[in-house]
Every structure is written in structure tokens, then in C-alpha cells.
Design a protein around this ligand. Structure first.
Ligand SMILES: C[S@@+](CC[C@H](N)C(=O)[O-])C[C@H]1O[C@@H](n2cnc3c(N)ncnc32)[C@H](O)[C@@H]1O
Length: 239
């Protein structure tokens, strides 16, 4: 069983937004969710109608997006059938479709992927990126945010594993397929919000380092545009 296969909705909330940098699950659920929804919406092109939420979890961002983008339909993708079930009942909106990664169909006008790729095993990273890329329309905008810290979910134990020693480097992998066009949050927004400082910059109110020499968990949030690439794409030199 994977860490994300929590059947109880309340406990499942803690798997998608765990306690970090002195922010509780409730604080993240209530304050971070609208902050991320608004930031993602700012990058949604006005003519986009179909949205891909890759790694939708229990649907907190999908629900917020659909509420504020009444003209859009959204497909939430997740590798955990349990999370998809939670998302379907939590969102309860006919404009939401929940599918497993191999079930995605069609091309989406816009995509986002929040706190997912940090959990994808090194060996699964390229197929996952390729799956996202191949289901976005030409030139589509793609919003991404992950922690710098690796928390890959081990297949054998179902729990997190820091696989940085394998040389995993997410941003160069993303840049083989997508051109960076901006930041999810501006420097000013981060500077003016304690919540965003904690989440994006890893402020945790302490200088203590953990066993890996890390302080707070830092996140990178960027906006990309899909680039057309020749196959096999991983032979393209990192820009
Ligand atoms: C930390 S949660 C974030 C959920 C959601 N994006 C949010 O911000 O609320 C990570 C989610 O990614 C999903 N996930 C992990 N690996 C995945 C993969 N390879 N493909 C699709 N989903 C994956 C997990 O099941 C989990 O629901």
C-alpha cells in the first residue's frame, strides 16, 4: 500500500498537505489552497477550456479551479485509485473526470502539477513527464511546483525515500520538454506573505537541520510552455 492510499478523507488531507515548516495540515488546507488556486488561475489562458490536474490527490485544487473557472472542464489524474475516489466525491461536479495515468485521453489546453513529481520514483520520472507532455496541446501552458527535497515513494515500503543520491534533478528534466516562462508566485508575493515564505522559501522558524542537512522544505513553482521535441526526448541535451 502506498502512503497516498489513505481511505479516510480527513487523514487523506494530511497526505496531500502534510505538516511542514511549522504550518499545520489545517493551515495549509485552508490558506494555501486558495493561494495556489488563485496563482494557477492567473496563468490560465482566457481561451483555455480543458484543464489537466496531474496528481490531483483528493481534489482540493481541482475543486477550487472549477469553482473559479465555470467555463472549463477538468481531468484529474492520480496513480492512487483511492485519491481519485476521494476527489470525485469531494468535488462532486460533473465537469470533473478522475482517471489513472494510463487512462488520460486527448490533449488539454492547460495543465498543472503541484507537489507530485517530488514523489515520483527516479525510474518513473521520464515516463511521467512524457505522459504529461504528450497530453498537452501544442504550446499549452503548464504550471509546476515541487519540493526541492526528494520524497520518492518506495515501491516496497510505500513510504518516502530521499533518492537525491541517484542524481535526480527535476528542473533540468522539465526543461527538456518545457520552456520556462515565469514564476508561479512573484518575488513580491512571496516576500509579502508569511505563508508563501514558509512554503516556497522553507522558513521554518528554526535554524535546525535535519539528518540530510536540510532546514525547512523549499519549493520551486514555475510556469512553462510545452515545447515540441524530437524523440527520444531524453537524448536532447539539457539546456
Ligand atoms: C502531495 S499529493 C498532492 C496532491 C495535489 N496535487 C494537491 O496539491 O493537493 C501527491 C499526489 O501525487 C500522486 N502521485 C504520486 N506519484 C504519481 C504518479 N506517478 N502519477 C500520478 N500521480 C502520482 C499521489 O497519489 C498523490 O495524490
Amino acid at each position: 500500500m502506498s502512503y497516498f492510499d489513505e481511505r479516510d478523507f480527513r487523514l487523506a488531507r494530511g497526505t496531500v498537505v502534510g505538516t511542514i515548516n511549522q504550518l499545520s495540515v489545517d493551515e495549509r488546507w485552508e490558506q494555501e489552497t486558495p493561494a495556489f488556486v488563485d496563482a494557477i488561475l492567473r496563468h490560465l489562458p482566457s481561451d483555455a477550456r480543458t484543464i489537466l490536474d496531474y496528481g490531483c490527490g483528493i481534489g482540493r485544487l481541482s475543486k477550487g479551479l472549477l469553482a473559479k473557472a465555470p467555463h472549463c472542464v477538468l481531468t484529474g489524474v492520480d496513480s492512487s485509485p483511492t485519491q481519485i475516489e476521494h476527489a470525485r466525491s469531494y468535488i462532486a461536479d460533473g465537469r470533473f473526470t478522475g482517471v489513472l495515468p494510463h487512462e488520460i485521453e486527448g490533449l488539454f489546453d492547460f495543465g498543472f502539477c503541484i507537489y507530485v513529481l517530488q514523489h515520483v520514483r527516479a525510474i518513473d520520472l521520464r515516463p511521467t513527464l512524457w505522459n504529461i507532455h504528450s497530453h498537452l496541446a501544442p504550446g499549452a501552458v503548464f504550471v509546476h511546483c515541487s519540493s526541492v527535497r526528494r520524497m520518492s515513494v518506495r515501491r516496497d515500503t510505500g513510504f518516502f525515500f530521499d533518492d537525491r543520491f541517484l542524481g535526480v534533478d527535476l528542473e533540468p528534466e522539465l526543461e527538456r520538454l518545457f520552456d520556462p516562462i515565469g514564476e508561479l508566485f512573484s518575488d513580491k508575493e512571496v516576500e509579502e506573505s508569511l505563508l508563501l515564505k514558509r512554503i516556497m522559501l522553507g522558513y521554518n522558524g528554526t535554524s535546525d537541520l535535519d539528518d540530510n542537512g536540510d532546514s525547512g522544505v523549499v519549493h520551486r513553482g514555475k510556469v512553462y510552455r510545452k515545447r515540441e521535441v524530437p524523440l527520444p526526448y531524453w537524448k536532447i541535451p539539457i539546456p
